[in-house]
Design a protein around this ligand. Structure first.
Ligand code: TTP
Ligand code: MG
Length: 363
């Protein structure tokens, strides 16, 4: 390879090119390439200080190996480095790809594997997926989506709308009254958790937690009379009969996920809202209430505090980190009992944000 002699202006442009390449590679997650372009630009910057701006590939210049040398030659011959355009295009393409995958994952029931598969098949928007469902239903073709995913697509816009607090309160009162009317007072504890309990003026979904009186015993078998799955099925049945539940996404033994209606009249009356109901054993109730009240960041912090004390905290209880022994043997009846056990003064739901526990983490 021939000697390269660079003029000052050429050197300045090259430095800028390698800096840009370094940035582009960083954005693309190609850390090592980013570092090597960064090194090359640093060496060229040092070269600007020298009288001699002449070198060849065998000159021992730090960070200027064969591949960088070839790019400098390309620049001198063509006035640009093709790798820059290619990297810019890759980033743009990647940006589109990521935003499409994100929008697909935003459909209820669609995970990243399914989202990538849909992308590879050629779909580029949620509109296209919605059209596909309609077409398959019309022609009776093989179905691409599960029934829950189809509900997710049908209610895609609705699920992205926040639910006003007053609508949740109203729905909540109806649910409680209906249940008491039909089944008496067998539910011991019933709470709306999530952002509603933290006092937000609107929520993404309705998170209901309940547990039944375990003292209600079937005398013939000496077992609690009402099983979780019985309560959940009955409750959902009642809500469906009353036109509150519109669709079921999944019904397990302890957890129900569905779509409900929160307004009978007004502009929001046709909007489908996400409803989650969890039936929790009485001894775990306080832990579940703390967990499902959130916020996510608050949960992360309080778990970190427990870890520093050699304990692991979850929605089910508290355990010794090393032995995994359950520490729930003290009775934790309320959230305050859990705060007390961690040496943290009680924090009301409205204040459970990402910062409130920081003083306990630092100390
Ligand atoms: P979400 O309903 O997802 O969150 P949210 O109610 O705070 O917000 P939104 O108004 O958007 O519905 O979950 C309820 C709480 O459960 C959340 O605040 C924190 C907790 N949670 C976790 O900490 N980790 C989890 O994986 C899940 C699913 C919930
Ligand atoms: Mg919620």
């Amino acid at each position: 390879m021939t000697d390269i002699e660079l003029e000052k202006t050429q050197l300045d442009t090259l430095i800028k090119h390698f800096e840009e390449l370094s940035l582009l590679k960083k954005q693309a997650g190609e850390t090592w390439r980013a570092i090597s372009y960064e090194k090359a630009s640093r060496t060229l910057r040092e070269l600007t200080e020298n009288e001699h701006r002449k070198f060849n590939v065998s000159t021992d210049l730090k960070g200027i190996g064969k591949s960088i040398y070839q790019k400098i030659e390309e620049f001198l011959q063509k006035g640009n480095i093709s790798e820059i355009k290619k990297s810019r295009d890759d980033i743009l393409l990647n940006k589109d790809y990521l935003s499409i995958i994100n929008s697909f994952c935003n459909v209820w029931g669609v995970g990243s594997v399914k989202a990538k598969k849909l992308y590879t098949t050629g779909y580029r928007s949620v509109d296209e997926l919605q059209e596909l469902v309609l077409k398959e239903e019309k022609t009776g073709e093989k179905q691409t989506f599960t029934s829950a995913q189809k509900i997710g697509l049908r209610y895609y816009d609705d699920f992205n709308k926040r639910i006003p607090r007053a609508e949740i309160t109203r729905t909540w009162n109806r649910i409680r009254d209906l249940w008491t009317l039909k089944h008496g007072n067998i539910i011991a504890r019933l709470d709306i958790c999530g952002s509603y309990r933290r006092g937000l003026s609107n929520s993404g979904d309705i998170d209901i937690l309940l547990c039944y009186h375990s003292t209600v015993v079937d005398s013939s078998e000496n077992k609690p009379k009402y099983r979780n799955d019985w309560i959940l099925t009955k409750l959902v049945e009642t809500l469906r009969e009353e036109g509150i539940v519109l669709e079921d996404l999944c019904l397990g033994k302890h957890k129900y996920m569905g779509v409900c209606k929160t307004s009978k009249h007004g502009k929001n009356k046709d909007i489908g809202r996400r409803l989650d109901i969890l039936v929790i054993p009485q001894e775990e109730y306080a832990f579940a209430k703390l967990h499902f009240t959130g916020s996510w960041e608050f949960n992360r912090c309080i778990r970190q505090i427990a870890l520093h004390q050699g304990k692991t905290l979850s929605e089910h209880g508290i355990k010794a980190k090393d032995t995994k022994l359950n520490l729930n043997n003290n009775v934790y009846n309320s959230e305050k009992d859990i705060f007390d056990a961690l040496g943290v003064s009680y924090i009301p739901p409205e204040l459970r944000n990402d910062k409130v526990l920081l003083p306990y983490i630092k100390s």
